[in-house]
Design a protein. Structure first.
Length: 584
C-alpha cells in the first residue's frame, strides 16, 4: 500500500514539473514604458522656441519698410509675417519617399498589420483542436465501508471470516493519447493500471494488479460527419485572415491617399506663400513710392498712402496665414509618416521636392471600371464573406441530419499478483475485451437546426446583395472621379487664362505709371486692386493644380491601384495573385 502511494506521489510530481516546463516555454511580452515612447517628442519639443507675440497697436502705425516711419525720429519695428521657412531646418522630400517611409513607420498601418497575424494565430487555434493530446490520470482511494455482515473464505484453509467492515485500497493510473479526427470522430488509445488490496482478503491474489490496453473510437455517421464540416472553422478563420490582409491594405491605401492630399495641398500652400510674398513686396514698393512723393509734396495725399498701407497690411495678414498653413501641412505629413527621424515636435520643416502634374490625362471609362473590379479590396472582402456564408450553410445543412454515432472499443486485459506479471498477461492477448454499438438521436421538429439553416441562407443572400451594391457604388466612384479629373483640368485652363489676363492688366497699369500718369486716388486703387486680382488668380491656379493632382490620386484609389501608382507593392498582393485571383 505504501509502495503504491509513493508511486502516485512521484508520478504527480513528474507531471507537475512537466507542465511547468511546457508552460514556461514562452517568451514574456516586452515591457511597456510610456516615458520611453514619449521621450523623442518631449526632447524635440524642448528645442523649439515659442512664437513671439507683439502687443496689439492702439493707433495707426506706419509700416517699417527699411526706412524711417513718417514723422518718426526712430524706425518702427517691422510687422511680422510669421517665421520664414529658412528660419528652421528644411528637408525637401519627394512624394514616393514620404509614402515609403509611412508604409514602414505609420502607426495606423502598423496597428492594421497586427490583425493578419492575430487572425493567423486564430487559424492555429482552430487547427489545434485536432492535435493529439497526451494525458495521465492518477488516483489513490482508500475505503472503509460498513455493511450488514458478510462471510469470506480465508483462502488459507482456516475458518470462515465474518465481518461487517470492508477495507479496500484502490490505486488507478491511466495514460494514453486521444485525438479529434477530421471526420468528426475521436480516437483514444489508453493504458490503465489498477492496484487493488482487500481486507479481509476477497481474491486469491491480494493485492493484485490489472492492466488494460484499450483502443476506442467514437465516430458520427450523419450529423457532424465529414472533413468539410469539422474543418469549417479553420476555413472561416483562414478567410478572416485574408480579410484582415485586405483591411491592412485598406489602411496603407488610406494613409497613402492622406499623404498625397496633404502633399499637394502643401505644394499649393508653398505657392500661395510665394504669391503673397511677391504681393507684399509689390505693396511695399507702392507704399515707398507714394510715401516719398507725399513727403516731397507732389501729387500724392495721405489718402493714397493710407490705401497702400491697407493693402500692404492685408497682404501681410494673408501671408501669415499661408505660412502657418504650410507649417500645419508639414506637421501633418510628419504625423502621417511617423518616422522617428522626423519627430512631429521638432522644428524641421518638410517641403515638397516633386512638381505637380500639369499634363492632360485622358481615361477610358471601361478600362478604369475593369481595373477597379479587379483590384478593389472591398470586392475581395465581400467575396470572402460570401464564401464564408457558403461554408456556414454547408455546416447548417449537415446539422439538419439526425445524430447517429458509432461507438466501439477493443483491447487486451491482464491481471496478476505483481505489476510485471499483469503486463505479461495482457501482452499475451488471451483476454480481449470488445464492444461496439450505435447511438441515435432524432430531434422532434428539429426547429433549432432548421432555424440556423434558414438564417445562414439569408445571411449569404445578404452578402451577395451587398456585393452587387458595391459593384454599382464603385462604378459611381469611377465615373465621378474621372469627371473630377476633367473638371479640375478645365479649371486649371480657366484659372491660367485669368492669370495671364491679370498679368497683362497689371503690366498695362505699370506702363501708365512709368509714363508719369498722375497718381490719383482712383489710379492708385486701380493698381492695388489689379495686384490683388493677380494674386487671387495665381492662388486659384495653384489650387486648381493641387486639386487636379488630388483628383488623379482619388481616381487611382477608386481603382484600387493607388499603391502601385506610388510604387508600393505589398506581399499580400503577390500572395493574392498566387491564389488564382482571389479578387475577381
Amino acid at each position: 500500500m505504501k509502495f503504491m502511494a509513493r508511486r502516485m506521489v512521484i508520478l504527480g510530481l513528474l507531471v507537475v514539473w512537466g507542465l511547468w516546463v511546457i508552460g514556461c516555454d514562452v517568451a514574456p511580452p516586452p515591457v511597456f514604458d510610456p516615458m520611453l515612447i514619449q521621450q523623442s517628442e518631449r526632447a524635440s519639443a524642448a528645442n523649439v522656441s515659442p512664437i513671439p507675440m507683439s502687443p496689439l497697436p492702439t493707433t495707426r502705425q506706419d509700416p517699417y519698410v527699411g526706412a524711417r516711419g513718417l514723422g518718426d525720429s526712430k524706425p518702427t519695428s517691422r510687422p511680422t509675417t510669421g517665421p520664414d521657412f529658412d528660419d528652421d531646418p528644411i528637408v525637401h522630400m519627394s512624394l514616393q519617399e514620404i509614402i515609403h517611409r509611412a508604409v514602414a513607420n505609420n502607426h495606423d498601418v502598423k496597428v492594421a498589420g497586427y490583425e493578419p497575424a492575430i487572425q493567423g494565430a486564430r487559424v492555429m487555434e482552430s487547427r489545434g483542436q485536432f492535435d493529439p493530446v497526451f494525458y495521465v490520470t492518477a488516483q489513490y482511494q482508500q475505503k472503509n465501508d460498513l455493511n450488514g455482515g458478510e462471510i469470506f473464505n480465508s483462502f488459507t484453509g482456516g475458518p470462515l471470516i465474518i465481518t461487517n467492515v470492508n477495507d479496500e485500497d484502490l490505486g488507478t493510473i491511466q495514460t494514453g493519447l486521444q485525438e479529434n479526427l477530421g471526420s468528426g470522430g475521436q480516437i483514444q488509445l489508453q493504458y490503465e493500471t489498477i492496484y487493488t488490496w482487500f481486507r479481509p482478503q476477497q481474491t486469491l491474489f491480494n493485492p493484485f494488479y490489472q492492466n488494460d490496453l484499450t483502443l476506442s473510437l467514437t465516430q458520427p455517421l450523419l450529423r457532424n460527419f465529414g472533413s468539410d464540416v469539422n474543418h469549417a472553422q479553420i476555413t472561416i478563420n483562414r478567410m478572416n485572415q485574408k480579410i484582415s490582409l485586405l483591411d491592412f491594405r485598406k489602411a496603407v491605401e488610406q494613409n497613402a491617399f492622406d499623404i498625397e492630399q496633404a502633399y499637394w495641398q502643401l505644394v499649393q500652400a508653398v505657392r500661395d506663400v510665394e504669391v503673397h510674398q511677391d504681393l507684399v513686396e509689390q505693396n511695399i514698393g507702392n507704399y515707398q513710392i507714394l510715401s516719398t512723393r507725399m513727403k516731397q509734396r507732389l501729387d500724392v495725399s495721405q489718402l493714397q498712402v493710407s490705401q497702400a498701407q491697407t493693402e500692404l497690411e492685408s497682404a501681410r495678414a494673408q501671408l501669415v496665414q499661408f505660412k502657418s498653413q504650410a507649417r500645419d501641412l508639414s506637421d501633418k505629413l510628419k504625423g502621417l509618416m511617423s518616422d522617428p527621424e522626423f519627430p512631429i515636435a521638432a522644428s524641421t520643416m518638410i517641403l515638397p521636392a516633386d512638381k505637380p502634374v500639369e499634363d492632360p490625362l485622358v481615361f477610358d471609362l471601361q478600362d478604369q471600371i475593369d481595373s477597379a473590379m479587379e483590384n478593389r479590396f472591398e470586392l475581395g472582402e465581400e467575396q470572402l464573406k460570401v464564401d464564408e456564408a457558403t461554408v456556414t450553410i454547408s455546416v447548417a445543412r449537415n446539422n439538419l441530419l439526425p445524430q447517429f454515432d458509432f461507438i466501439g472499443s477493443v483491447g487486451p486485459e491482464g491481471a496478476a499478483a505483481t505489476p510485471g506479471a499483469a503486463v505479461t498477461a495482457a501482452a499475451d492477448f488471451t483476454h480481449i475485451d470488445f464492444s461496439a454499438g450505435f447511438k441515435l438521436q432524432i430531434p422532434i421538429g428539429n426547429r433549432q437546426a432548421r432555424g440556423i439553416w434558414k438564417r445562414t441562407v439569408l445571411q449569404r443572400m445578404e452578402e451577395v446583395e451587398r456585393y452587387r451594391g458595391l459593384v454599382e457604388s464603385i462604378s459611381v466612384e469611377i465615373k465621378t472621379d474621372i469627371r473630377a479629373v476633367g473638371t479640375t483640368w478645365n479649371v486649371i485652363r480657366a484659372s491660367r487664362r485669368a492669370r495671364f489676363a491679370a498679368e497683362d492688366a497689371l503690366n498695362a497699369i505699370n506702363a501708365r505709371e512709368r509714363a508719369n500718369e498722375p497718381l490719383t486716388p482712383e489710379f492708385v486703387q486701380l493698381k492695388l486692386d489689379t495686384q490683388d486680382r493677380l494674386a487671387s488668380a495665381q492662388e486659384a491656379e495653384a489650387e486648381a493644380i493641387s486639386n487636379y493632382n488630388i483628383a488623379l490620386a482619388q481616381l487611382e484609389r477608386a481603382k484600387g491601384t493607388l499603391l502601385r501608382y506610388n510604387n508600393v507593392l505589398l506581399e499580400e498582393d503577390t500572395a493574392r495573385a498566387e491564389e488564382n485571383g482571389m479578387l475577381r
